[in-house]
Design a protein around this ligand. Sequence first.
Ligand code: SF4
Length: 286
Amino acid sequence: MAQRAKAFSDNQPGAFFVDESCIDCGTCYTMAIDVFEGAEGHSRIHHQPLENQRLRASMALLACPTSSIGTEDKSSMAEAARAFPDPIEDGVHFCGFTSENSFGAWSYFLQREAGNVMMDSPRAAQPLLKRIEELGGVKTMVLSHQDDVADHATFHERFGCERIMHADDHYAGMDRYIEGADPVALAPDLLFIPTPGHTAGSACLLYRETFLFTGDHLWWNPQRGMLSASKRVNWHSWSKQLKSLEKLLDFNFRWVLPGHGTSKRTETAQEMRRELERGLEYLKKL
Ligand code: SF4
């Protein structure tokens, strides 16, 4: 729980504040840029929310992995708790309620006729569990890699979802392990794509040839204005990660939805392919 006594002095005065427990995961200023911003290793309130920004700021408070955001204004909290999973497009949602165990990684909920899917695990917060139950539960949980598993066991116990991960991360407790380098169709609209590099068993999930869930493999970097990846935050092999990024040029998608960093949407798959080529050109020079 955020403590007013430990609030950063660079918060704009008012009801909302960020305290010293912030780990600078970026979730709040990705979600509510009008209110939060990154400032030298932590987040701060740069503008107290206006009436029409309060719900989003309250949602960011709930999504924070370390409960580092506090407010004396609770007027939108109940509505914020019911607002997750937060719709993105065509049944794809952001789960909110990120976990400190995953350094605030984002997870996603895919509502589908053939059974709902979760990409990576959020924190098993009661309001989220309740809403997901109302939306039909979770049939399949795909884990991008061993670091973003958070409360997968609780989701499995509650909804009986099959948990799928690539075998090369050697992470115990999954229900199914994918082996090898070839993509595997989990369903006609769901393709598991092994993308080793960030970790040995890192993988992306392609949904309906539109949405690519990338874990820690690829994201949009708004400062550089291009798709990006991190050589510094690479736990296995940078050269393999570059090869895995090139491999994505073979697939059609117009959304990149990462665990960390900003998502990217383009109008067409061709446009996204050009963005990937542009990002790769930069990353290969690092
Ligand atoms: S969501 Fe929480 S931990 Fe992440 S940057 Fe914001 S205040 Fe910090």
